[in-house]
Design a protein. Sequence first.
Length: 356
Amino acid sequence: MSNSTGQRKNSFSTGWQCPSNIALVKYWGKHGNQLPNNPSVSFTLSEAATRTFVTWEEDLNTDSPGLSFLFDGKENRAFESRIRKFLDAMSVEHFPFLKFGHLSIETSNSFPHSSGIASSASAMSALSMALCDLELMISGKSVSDVLFHRKASVISRLGSGSACRSVYPVAAIWGQFAEVPGSSDEWATGLESGVHKVFHTFHDDILIISPEEKSVSSSAGHGLMENNPYAPARYVQARAHTGKLLTALREGDLKAFGKITEDEALTLHALMMCSDPSYILMKEGSLSVINLVRRFRSDTDIPLYFTLDAGPNVHLLYPEEFEEPVGQFISSELRPLCHEGRIIRDRVGPGPQKIA
Ligand code: PMV
């Protein structure tokens, strides 16, 4: 490609697909620049993903990042302004090359934007993987896989906290935790090799109870932890849960896994209820699903467990071998509680994929 003076311009392109993740031990409460108040652990999903293609074209006549942005092939001012702010911040310390060129981003989600599924984790991790890839292409350098993912995780975290866990396959921990070498508050660490095979094919059916925007955003929710009287006890509990969950994940202990996962989901929502001001993000349908799941489990002994994000939708977690009976239960008893019968059938997945 040539510029107006006929010289060739440097141009580099890449594309990444990144999944969302579901927290088992929840990150809730932060300090400093998106640093967590407790360690968190998540499964990486596969179906709920973002695909992002980027092209960077050198322009030595500018010193501020240029941007064109398309979401699902169309302009989207709200997303664009969030991305622009993020890129401006990243160009200062992490990616100086952004200042000397124009970045074109085309992005789309595999799930509808209004489905009630948080897209920021998959969106920010896909963009971060792409930016780290571009940086290497432009510099001609190479780094180890560990360092590449670590930097992508740091950048994802700065974009949207929990996104930092999406850059690894199967499962990840974010937050310094003595038992996990290399773990840090600044980046997530992959747990794939420490996870029993039963969890590698785990299902996560996401029941869409309501697709509406949350009445209180996650960032406001993190903020309310500062004055929550239960916050200190919560951070102690989260550390204890992290240790126990890592053991359950390693040993394939489904009962311990389910107990911790459900405790975590209910604690998260209890913390919201006793924030000041108090708020409730669960809906009647969320509670009905929880009660039906517990009844199904005690009637059948099938290890079906629930968790929730900061919203009303319920994630159902279970081993692959129970796909059929769980599927029947969902169709007959739970689907009627979902908004327009909507369910996203997801599962634990292989993490980010380079697609261009
Ligand atoms: O990453 P944020 O700021 O959207 O916060 C995510 C909070 C939870 O989804 C509730 C928990 C988590 O660890 O993902």
